[in-house]
Design a protein around this ligand. Structure first.
Ligand code: NDP
Length: 284
């Protein structure tokens, strides 16, 4: 069966919207998201537009800061500093990638961990490792929600995660471990990827290479979450898993587009709402 990420995202978004309406009614509070976009990469602009549209739909006020690719690291740090101080901004999103002359890690470290709705700050990444309550990265959170939506409990299952990036592979592996899965992480130097894939009751693929995972590698009945988002020469998007053959073997599979993508945005809204609620609590 196909996992309908759009439908799951719609449901979660409805709950977020209701909660935001409650915040406005009770406390007169409007959650605010500061969006920082550097340069003119068309994909980044597209992602930011989609995120802003979703913010509007649920009642989050997003404030965009568009900066030229020539901006200096110092100027960018000063903007982040201002956003950290801004009482109307509860979450900060720095769209990656940043231009090569800017050290991304410096910028991400400058974001207040309390406003780090992307969950990329070392403090929050560390909290995830330790099993604490920090902000978690949006795509892995979305993947966990998708698994929950089909009643798939990772406990005791063999899970193979292909990809070890800091934003998808590593954090999702930690979240699955926290839910008692037996997790294998694969990457470009993995010796027998096909065998590792074939062992998986749950397969999470986040590589960035269209159709690299073949359908006939997949264990019959496995749950497959395809994170890959690859633009084909035709302009269409495809996942990292060969969808047509994989869907014949998997019990559940997420499509591209319409699987993980909508969930990522949804979790950004969730984290922004959470940041706003936590700021209310801090203010007493
Ligand atoms: P990265 O490029 O940061 O990481 C890719 C990972 O894949 C690396 O760990 C790399 O291994 C591994 N890899 C590359 N080639 C192979 C191979 N032949 N066999 C096994 N592993 C391989 O990518 P991201 O994690 O940022 O993103 C992955 C994909 O997910 C992309 O298509 C991206 O667009 C998509 N994505 C989608 C999102 C959504 O919301 N839908 C959000 C985020 C990402 P190594 O570490 O050894 O180099």
């Amino acid at each position: 069966m196909i996992i309908d990420g759009k439908a799951v995202a719609r449901e979660v978004q409805k709950e977020i919207k209701e909660e935001i309406e409650g915040l406005k009614r009770r406390w007169g509070m409007v959650p605010g998201l500061g969006v920082v976009l550097v340069g003119d990469d068309p994909a980044s602009h597209l992602y930011v537009r989609l995120k802003e549209k979703s913010c509007k739909e649920v009642g989050i006020q997003s404030r965009e800061h568009l900066l030229p690719a020539s901006v200096s690291e110092k100027e960018l740090l000063s903007l982040i500093h201002n956003l950290n101080q801004d009482k109307e901004i509860h979450g900060i999103l720095v769209q990656l990638p940043l231009p090569a002359h800017i050290r991304s890690e410096k910028i991400l470290e400058a974001v207040s961990p309390q406003k780090d709705v992307d969950g990329f700050h070392p403090f929050n990444q560390g909290m995830l490792l330790l099993g604490g309550e920090g902000f978690k990265p949006c795509t892995p959170m979305g993947i966990m929600k998708l698994l929950d939506s089909i009643g798939c409990d990772p406990k005791g299952k063999n899970v193979t995660v292909v990809g070890r990036s800091n934003i998808v592979g590593k954090p999702v592996a930690l979240m699955l471990l926290a839910r008692h899965a037996t997790v294998t992480i694969c990457h470009s130097r993995t010796a027998r990827l096909k065998d590792e894939v074939g062992r998986a009751d749950i397969l999470i693929v986040a590589i960035g290479k269209a159709g690299l995972v073949r359908g006939d590698w997949i264990k019959p009945g496995a749950v497959v979450i395809d994170v890959g988002s690859n633009r084909l020469p035709s302009g269409k998007f495809a996942g990292d898993v060969e969808f047509e053959s994989a869907k014949e073997r998997a019990s559940w599979i997420s499509p591209v587009p319409g699987g993980v993508g909508p969930m990522t945005i949804c979790m950004l809204l969730f984290n922004t709402l959470r940041a706003a609620k936590e700021s209310l609590q801090r203010e007493g």
